[in-house]
Design a protein around this ligand. Structure first.
Ligand code: HEM
Ligand SMILES: *[C@@H]1O[C@H](CO)[C@@H](O)[C@H](O)[C@H]1NC(C)=O
Length: 333
């Protein structure tokens, strides 16, 4: 009897805390089916237009959701402009002169406000746009979970602290993802997002000047790999070229595929944080997973989707928490 009572109490408190959103509330498919039936269609169409105009935009929109979710959770805090003494996350080191796609999100929000005022959150727009971007570049499609609400604030210091640096060690990447409730499997699968998009010399020049980083998994790959570094080195010769861009996946930069992992095995991961997945775990679990993804695109797609859903769930605001912003750049007054 007493045991039963305790059980009920624990269950009850678990239910109330999750209803209060302490564990992130619940998202669902088709959240806007009644309140804004065209929402997903409007996002999809306009992401298509934006990507046609600028193919890199697919990568930029995908990255935008990542940078949103890792700071205060997936709450569109990354979209807020500096206002009063609240400093924008856009000014933080990982984002400054790097994060893009804000105008595309603004335009989609403008259309959605016209279609269904104060209904579709900016954080859900980010989730839909990321999904559509992946699919448009040949990646998997998945049913996004929706129902997020938008934050009332941003965290400049959080953006500096929680977005991993491109020269991170494997150890610190693992710790970084763990802080977000993501595991090693998520780290490996989500890093595969670097199959599209570009990076500045500033982000990878440490990798090409570092000695003792040579990879020799295949003897005959050694030469090609040296050529890879020579090209990058000439491209990033001096700091006046810090903003020069190079594709993260040199082989198939336009396609969302599993070439990222093949590159890693050949020692051609562009960022130090890419390369450490193989160099610091040679013959370990991570290395094995990289091999599996390199050999099996479908497996990578399956795991990528699973991890995107997990990432999209980080600390979401639901129910009556936060608000639905009218303009993604500002909190409603
Ligand atoms: C594992 C830790 C990660 C690190 C250290 C990292 C770091 C970086 C860096 C430094 C850039 C280039 C930025 C620049 O030079 O302007 C970049 C680009 C990019 N990242 Fe990551 N990233 C990580 C994980 C992720 C994840 C989880 C995703 C998405 C799921 C992602 C998606 C992208 C995309 C798509 C680009 C290209 C963006 C564009 O071309 O506009 N990254 N990342
Ligand atoms: C990463 O780069 C920054 C700035 O370029 C430097 O201050 C820091 O020491 C580097 N960290 C590692 C782990 O190499």
């Amino acid at each position: 009897m007493e045991i039963k009572l305790w059980f009920c109490l624990i269950l009850l408190s678990a239910i109330t805390t999750s209803a209060l959103g302490e564990f992130g509330g619940t998202l669902m498919e088709g959240f806007y089916k009644e309140s804004c039936p065209l929402a997903e269609e409007i996002v999809k169409h306009n992401v298509e237009v934006a990507v046609l105009r600028d193919p890199r935009m697919a990568a930029s929109l995908l990255r935008l959701q990542f940078h949103d979710c890792f700071v205060l959770g997936c709450d569109a805090s990354v979209l807020l402009d500096t206002h009063g003494d609240m400093l924008s996350e856009k000014q933080a080191t990982p984002n400054l002169n790097s994060l893009r796609g804000f105008e595309v999100i603004d335009y989609i929000k403008y259309l959605l406000e016209d279609a269904c005022p104060l209904t579709v959150s900016c954080s859900d727009i980010l989730a839909m746009a990321a999904r559509d971007s992946v699919f448009l570049r040949g990646g998997p499609w998945w049913e996004v979970l929706l129902g997020r609400r938008d934050s009332l604030t941003a965290s400049f210091s959080g953006a500096n602290q929680f977005i991993p640096a491109p020269n991170s060690s494997l150890e610190s990447l693992i710790v970084n993802f763990k802080q977000q409730g993501l595991g090693i499997q998520d780290l490996i699968a989500l890093s595969g997002a670097h199959t599209i998009g570009k990076a500045r010399c500033l982000s990878f020049k440490q990798r090409i000047v570092q000695p003792n980083m040579e990879q020799t998994f295949y003897v005959d790959e050694f030469k090609r790999h040296s050529t890879f570094r020579r090209i990058l080195r000439s491209q990033c010769k001096d700091s006046s070229r810090d903003n020069q861009l190079s594709p993260l996946d040199l082989k198939t930069p336009a396609y969302f595929d599993n070439h990222y992992y093949i590159n890693l095995l050949e020692g051609k991961g562009l960022l130090i944080s890419d390369n450490v997945l193989v160099s610091e775990d040679h013959e370990g679990e991570i290395f094995k997973k990289v091999w599996e993804y390199a050999a099996d695109k479908d497996l990578f797609f399956l795991d990528f989707v699973e991890s995107m859903l997990k990432m999209g769930n980080i600390n979401v605001l639901t129910g009556i928490e936060g608000q639905i912003r009218e303009n993604c750049r500002f909190v409603n007054i």
